[in-house]
Design a protein around this ligand. Structure first.
Ligand SMILES: [Zn+2]
Ligand SMILES: [Zn+2]
Length: 229
């Protein structure tokens, strides 16, 4: 019998199905590796923010850089201030943040379009020097009850535009409300947080805000809830 040249239809189908099976196995693994890489880039960026923050605190006698809550000049915003304390640039955008529209940091906040983001990150405005709730008392790290448990910077959802800060005092114990202001699933059900002592962690939102339980957002009581909450 003479062997036919080339492949039979069955042989071709077998080869094609083997390739399809290999792709089905490999693509999710590749996606996972890509997501993991984005998380590592974001965490190390946040650790760099922490390094800059510690240098800044030495210069500022423990006072923290402010958010945009009460000023229009982006040069006075926390992220711009922190970049001055590092040789390399900080990322203003998390690699896993899918938003396209970001502001021009050289213009004042009033000149920015409503649909643009300042950065992928948001500052806890309870630590601002103009925070009405505390008259700015907790702008100084030395008054924060336990700075290693108090969140200073979190990741904000891709839809969060116009502002560079959040107001945890308005969330009213509700994890679902908190989830509107934090990119809780940016890195596989977790996101990165920078604490007032300058260390960064990747956490589930439930670990930072659960009633009754931990609350890492209020400077007078973190990791617990304030008495009036
Ligand atoms: Zn505000
Ligand atoms: Zn991120």
């Amino acid at each position: 019998m003479k062997r036919p040249k080339g492949f039979t239809l069955v042989e071709l189908l077998v080869v094609i199905s083997i390739i399809a099976i290999l792709l089905a196995v490999l693509i999710p693994a590749l996606n996972k590796a890509r997501q993991q890489a984005k998380k590592v880039v974001c965490s190390s960026n946040m650790r760099q923010m922490g390094v800059a923050l510690q240098c800044y605190l030495q210069d500022s006698e423990t006072h923290l850089p402010d958010s945009s809550c009460h000023t229009d000049d982006p040069n006075e915003y926390w992220l711009k201030i922190l970049t001055k304390y590092l040789k390399q640039n900080l990322l203003f955008k998390c690699p896993a943040d899918e938003a396209k529209n970001f502001v021009d940091w050289n213009k004042s906040s009033r000149q920015q379009p409503d649909n643009a983001r300042w950065s992928s990150f948001a500052l806890n405005s309870l630590l601002d020097s103009n925070c009405p709730r505390y008259s700015g008392k907790y702008n100084s790290v030395k008054f924060i009850y336990k700075p290693q448990y108090c969140i200073y910077v979190s990741e904000s959802p891709s839809s969060w535009t116009k502002e560079d800060h959040i107001h945890p005092e308005t969330w009213g114990y509700s994890i679902n409300t908190a989830k509107k202001y934090i990119a809780w699933d940016r890195h596989s059900n977790k996101s990165n947080y920078l604490f007032a002592d300058g260390h960064a962690e990747t956490l589930k939102i439930e670990d930072t805000y659960s009633w009754p339980g931990n609350c890492f957002w209020f400077p007078e009581s973190s990791p617990g809830w304030p008495n009036d909450e």
